[in-house]
Ligand binder design. Structure first.
Ligand code: S3P
Length: 425
């Protein structure tokens, strides 16, 4: 298990077009290529553990994958039964979306994952899928991986989800594509909408009105994808916070998705006082552009709405809250408890080690802004906890243990960080 030491940084102007590609979109590129007839072309695919595991599974499902180091071409004519078990590694998105994709495929499939993924709840997708006829089972009555799926016919459904989760929505939309009639899926708040955008772009008949998506069953295979994956705003956000907490500093991220369901954390940082500009450059499957963040003194904020739009960035935003004037509060964020770690308790424990006063609630926490102090903290095997506390180290120095998990989403994180501070691994 390796650790890293970060030194306090002086001011910097960081500009990058090398931020990790979007994880959500990369997973979907690999999976949705299996629904197309022919060659999908994907540029800037995220070459990190989570998404490479998904790509590997797609190969096992019969797709031909050619990777010239720049462009990945995925040729498929439909899903085939795999002779191996399918290992999603650490990826909750991978496992949950594959449940929906494979529930109607012809064959028997086993999905597994690493020690962390095998502890995460899967009943949020396995239960509604079973309710429409999917033959899906696993440990703890179908809640825990390994999961076994016997693909078969699925009944049309009208499903009202109680949680705003893009993973659940995507699994159900994928299942709906092969159900025996028109389906609807409703959510309490809009969650990230890459699945809807991409499947529509591939020719699926999908209509979104207010918070309800109506899906017509497919008549055949879809049109292949031709896509360039933008930078991941949740990875970019670590460098946004870096600039927001370091006087006289700035960060410019080039080619990031500006989809409103993904950049709410930047909006929150702006409300806290940071100087942020957005420049739209392109709009095909997604609006894509550049985001610039400049340091300004921060003040506290309360976050309680549209939580799914910034759920992944809350650990990093908490570092900004720890340096802001006043008490910040995060509410309605119970979903944090079922991420790669229980992010309410891991953020709270680590901030306390850094000398920050924090109160924990069932659905969030409060952070009293102060001065971060150097500490030795654990990542708990969670990439976003590791990178958030490494960024905290820019203001005070920090030692973070168990950093291999960063490879699940942002393999070149330390190369980029090394341009603004001293990093000792
Ligand atoms: C994701 C959806 C979110 C997010 C995860 C990626 C996706 O999870 O936290 O990192 O790609 O659909 P939920 O849908 O469970 O909120």
């Amino acid at each position: 298990m390796s650790r890293v030491k970060i030194s306090k940084s002086s001011s910097f102007d960081f500009v990058s077009d090398k931020i990790a590609s979007d994880k959500s979109i990369s997973h979907r590129c690999a999976m949705f290529a299996c629904l197309a007839d022919g060659e999908s072309v994907v540029r800037n695919f995220l070459r990190a553990e989570d998404t490479l595991n998904t790509l590997n599974i797609v190969k096992k499902l019969g797709a031909q994958v050619v990777d010239d180091g720049e462009v990945i071409k995925i040729t498929s004519h439909g899903i085939q039964e795999s002779e191996d078990i399918l290992d999603c590694g650490n990826a909750g998105t991978g496992m949950r979306l594959f449940c929906g994709l494979l529930a109607s495929a012809d064959g028997h499939f086993i999905l597994t994952g690493d020690e962390y993924l095998k502890r995460r709840p899967m009943n949020r997708v396995t239960k509604p899928l079973r309710d429409i006829g999917a033959k899906l089972d696993g440990r703890d009555y179908g809640n825990l991986a390994p999961l076994s799926i016997r693909g078969g016919s699925l009944k049309a459904f009208n499903y009202k989800s109680k949680i705003a989760s893009a993973q659940v929505k995507s699994a159900m939309i994928l299942a709906a594509l092969h159900a025996d009639g028109e389906c609807t899926y409703s959510e309490p708040e809009l969650s990230r909408d890459h699945t809807e955008r991409m499947l529509k772009g591939m020719g699926a008949s999908l209509h979104v009105k207010n918070l309800t998506t109506t899906i017509e069953p497919l008549k055949g295979l879809l049109t292949p994808l031709d896509i360039r994956v933008p930078a991941d705003p949740s990875s970019a956000f670590f460098f946004a916070v870096a600039a927001a907490i370091t006087p006289n500093s700035s960060t410019k991220i080039i080619g990031v998705t500006l989809n409103k369901t993904r950049i709410e954390a930047f909006k929150a940082l702006e409300k806290m006082g940071a100087d942020i500009t957005y420049e739209l450059q392109d709009d095909r499957y997604e609006p894509i552009g550049d985001i610039t963040v400049r340091y300004a003194p921060l003040h506290a904020i309360t976050i309680e709405d549209n939580i799914s739009w910034l759920i992944d960035e809350l650990p990093a935003l908490s570092i900004a809250m720890a340096t802001a004037k006043g008490e910040s509060i995060i509410k309605n964020a119970k979903e944090l408890r079922v991420k790669e770690s229980d992010r309410i308790s891991t953020v709270v424990d680590n901030l306390r080690l850094c000398g920050i006063e924090v109160d924990e609630f069932e659905d969030g926490y409060s952070v009293r802004g102060g001065t971060l102090q150097a500490a030795k903290v654990d990542s708990f095997g969670d990439h976003r906890i590791a990178m958030s506390f490494i960024i905290a180290g820019l203001s005070c120095g920090m030692e973070v243990e168990d950093i291999e998990c960063i490879n699940t989403s942002f393999p070149n994180f330390f190369d980029l960080l090394g341009t603004i501070t001293k990093v000792t691994v």
